[in-house]
Structures are given as C-alpha cells and as structure tokens.
Ligand binder design. Structure first.
Ligand code: SF4
Length: 261
C-alpha cells in the first residue's frame, strides 16, 4: 500500500480514537530534528488540509546543545514547505552541559519541558504534539514491566500539569520502519542528536531484542500494541481489578501451561 496512505490511516486512527485534535485547536509540533517528528509534522499538515474540522499547525525546535549537525538545512526545508517554524536556544540547557556534562535524561527532559511550554505559550498553541512512535510505546511497555514492576507505557493524550496544554502523541500506531521510509521519501534533512548514538542503554537492549524477535515474528509490535488496548484485568494480579471471589475460569485456562506457552 502507498506509504503516505498507510501513514495517514494510522495517524488518523490515533487522532480520532483518542480525540487528540478538536475544532479550533492550534497544534505546536515538537521537532527534535529526527525522522519521527518530521514525519509527524507532514502527516498533521496533510490531515489539516483534509480534516472536516479546522485547526492550525506550527512547529518548533528546542536547541539543547546536542545536535551533531547544523540545524539550518532543516529550517530551509521547512520554509520551502511553508511551515511556520520557531527555533529556540535554551540557554539553561546549554549551561547544564557545561556545568554537569554527565547529567541524566531526567534533568535534561525537565529543562526541555520547561522550554517547550514557554515556546508553545508564545506561539499561542493549546496542543503540543510529540513524535513518540509505536516502537517507543512497545519499548516503554516492556521497560516498565521488566524494570519498574508496572504495566504502563506512554499516554496517547495527556495534559500539562496546569492543564494549559493538551499533549498528544499522534504516532502511537506508526512504527519506525514507516517513519524512516517516509522521511527518506520527503528528502527532509534529518539532524541527529548526540544521544541517539548512545549504546549500552536499556532502551537500546530492548530495541535489539525486539528487532531479533521480529525476524521470526514480524507482527510482534502490532501484537504488543493490541495488548495495550486489550487489558484483561481479571487475568492479572492487581487486587483493585479482581472480582472479590475471583474470575470464572474458562476451559483452556485449566492448565496454566497452555496459557503460558
Ligand atoms: S536522551 Fe539525551 S536529549 Fe534525550 S532526554 Fe536523555 S540526555 Fe536529553
């Protein structure tokens, strides 16, 4: 199937199912410089032009001192596409690199979040779109289950703490093989971030494990995504969701090994 059609179908499904965008919204797209957020921006612009509701789209990038190449080609590309783009250098983040070169992601993302809200406010946006993909959701789901003891991933829609911005993730059903091919087809310049080259992280390990399993089971991520939308609370161990006297067993569950296999 045509790549653009596939992308729009998946983004459209997420936007509709989770009521991400509403009439009159101004959506600010967080562009990281990578293939995913560029793909998301293009998809939202295409949807804007076809949707039965009215909404506007603008884009911004926060410079935190971690880009490995000059950002200007991306600005030129966006200008040629007629996209309203704001490039903001976040000086506190730049100072953080000097003062604490080994800072972790928690600090870096706290600085970024503060800058993102400030920019979105200046742009008059009420919605901020982030480019987390289906791959990110799957990795987050596995990371939480394996390392933090929770069944949880990333919310498709949430709110900033003061409820002044709706935060949306339109790519939750879009895998990175699609964003990679789509960004290539656009000829858009991708600006890598130093962190994308990190090895030895949990994220990288989970990505490798999934990639290895996918060689034999190509629909693995689809299945994981379905699982996140199909929770059988009475088949888990959280007593908040279990009937007082336990669920009724179905015949195929009599032998637990049948289920576990
Ligand atoms: S991966 Fe790099 S850019 Fe991303 S939050 Fe962590 S430190 Fe910041």
């Amino acid at each position: 199937m045509d790549l653009e059609k596939t992308l729009l179908r998946k983004v459209g499904e997420a936007v509709t199912r989770f009521k991400m965008i509403r009439d009159g919204d101004r959506v600010a797209v967080a562009l990281s410089g990578g293939k995913d957020s560029l793909t998301m921006l293009e998809a939202l612009v295409l949807l804007r032009d076809r949707a039965p509701i009215q909404f506007t789209v603008c884009a911004f990038t926060v410079e935190q001192g971690k880009f490995l190449r000059p950002i200007e080609p991306m600005g030129e590309y966006l200008k040629s596409r007629g996209i309203d783009w704001t490039y903001h250098t976040d000086n506190p983040s730049i100072r953080l690199i000097d003062e604490q070169p080994d800072h972790g992601c928690d600090l870096c993302s706290r600085f970024r979040r503060r800058a993102v809200y400030q920019i979105a406010r200046e742009l008059g946006a009420n919605v901020i779109a982030f480019g987390h993909t289906a791959d990110d959701l799957c990795e987050s789901f596995l990371r939480n289950a394996l390392f933090t003891g929770r069944i949880s991933a990333l919310p498709p829609v949430t709110w900033s703490s003061k409820k002044d911005f709706r935060l949306i993730r339109p790519l939750v059903f879009v895998t990175e093989d699609i964003t990679t091919r789509f960004a290539e087809s656009l000829g858009a310049p991708v600006i890598p971030c130093g962190c994308s080259q990190k090895t030895g992280t949990v994220r990288r390990s989970l990505r490798d494990i999934l990639g290895e399993l996918e060689k034999e089971h190509p629909r693995l991520k689809e299945s994981l995504l379905s699982a996140m939308g199909n929770i059988q609370t009475d088949r888990l161990l959280d007593t908040r969701y279990l009937p007082d006297d336990g669920p009724v067993e179905t015949p195929e569950e009599t032998n637990p090994l049948v289920v576990v296999r």
